[in-house]
Design a protein around this ligand. Structure first.
Ligand code: F6P
Length: 330
């Protein structure tokens, strides 16, 4: 394997608060270890187009506190095709880049894993997604900030819900995973939490509402997007006629969850992971993801993290039910 002297860094897929802190750490740790560092703009799209900029310590100054990603991001369809990846490889060669650090989620790592099996280019992944749904790491960059955004929003919704004595269905992000929902639901005292990892979520809401009818109080029902049984809107429309006594509203938090200044936790973990990614490259590692397990940095094979499923902690699901108003809703 060629000696690594020029590395590229990119962000790909959904942006997440803390990505800038990771870019900064990769850049500075790289430079301080005598590597040349290049920023690849707009994820794999920029790699294909050769939209690549030289980075130095100054380039990443003043970005640690900013949300989003200063390198911009994209979901690249062209990179899904062999031709696109070949073009990307040619561009890397043109710039003399011989290793790449990818900050992103599942889709981004799948792309990296495929490209590194086709071409001689090592990839190191840094988990960056608000979803916290990657196998092999307890934590993904952006999760803490997103949780705090959700909690802040739901606290506000609760004020108006209780003033009007309404039932609010609040939808949060998470693709097909309930990590954001279960954690933010516990943190804001949601009356019930509906997650894709569990079956019969409409029935769970139904039982809760039937109980609630006797108390006549406002409630927050936290719903993860991606429930098999339908969207939050659809579920609410099913339940409305069954409980005409309740005034029901839906609030979809949407992309507000992806923005904002990263929390201290996200900045610190992103910095640790960024430096660890450079260390891994200097150690001649290829095709691994940097993870965090029990607050220790770990290295996980990329093909493992993309193939395996991260399960939600059963203890958290049980906790949410144990401390809910009406106890277990199963
Ligand atoms: O992967 C992060 C995420 O925010 C998911 O929770 C959500 O389903 C998805 O991205 C939405 O992505 P986009 O707005 O880029 O289509």
């Amino acid at each position: 394997m060629a000696k690594i002297n020029r590395i590229g860094v990119l962000t790909s897929g959904g942006d997440a608060p803390g990505m800038n802190a990771a870019i900064r750490a990769v850049t500075r740790a790289g430079i301080n270890n005598n590597l040349e560092v290049f920023g690849i703009m707009r994820g794999y799209e920029g790699m294909i187009e050769g939209d690549i900029i030289p980075m130095n310590s100054e380039t990443v100054s003043g970005i640690i506190q900013k949300g989003g990603t200063f390198l911009l991001t994209a979901r690249s369809n062209r990179f899904r095709e062999y031709e696109g990846r070949k073009e990307a490889y040619e561009q890397l060669k043109r710039f003399g880049i011989n290793a790449v650090v990818v900050i992103g989620g599942d889709g981004s790592f799948t792309g990296a894993n495929i490209m590194s099996s086709e071409f001689d280019i090592p990839f190191i992944g840094i988990p960056g997604t608000i979803d916290n749904d990657l196998f092999g790491t307890d934590y993904t960059i952006g999760f803490d900030t997103a949780l705090n955004t959700v909690v802040d929003a739901v606290d506000k919704i609760r004020d108006t819900a209780s003033s009007h004595n309404r039932i609010f269905f609040v939808e949060v992000m998470g693709r097909e995973a309930g990590f954001v929902a279960i954690n933010s639901g516990i943190a804001c005292g949601a009356e019930i939490i509906m997650i894709p990892e569990e079956k019969n979520q409409i029935e769970k809401a139904r039982r809760f509402l039937a109980e609630r009818a006797r108390k006549n109080k406002s409630s927050i029902i936290l719903v993860a997007e991606g429930l098999e049984e339908g969207s939050t809107m659809e579920i609410t429309e099913i339940l409305k006629p069954e409980f005409p006594q309740f005034d029901m509203r839906v609030s979809i938090l949407g992309h507000i969850q992806r923005g904002g200044s990263p929390s201290a936790k996200d900045r610190v973990i992103a910095s640790r992971m960024g430096a660890a990614a450079v260390e891994a490259l200097l150690d001649n590692q290829k095709c691994i993801m940097i993870g965090l397990v029990n607050d220790e940095i770990v290295q996980v094979p990329l093909n493992k993290t993309v193939k395996m499923h991260k399960a939600i902690d059963e203890a958290l699901i049980n906790l949410a039910e144990d401390i809910a108003t009406f106890g277990p809703q199963k």
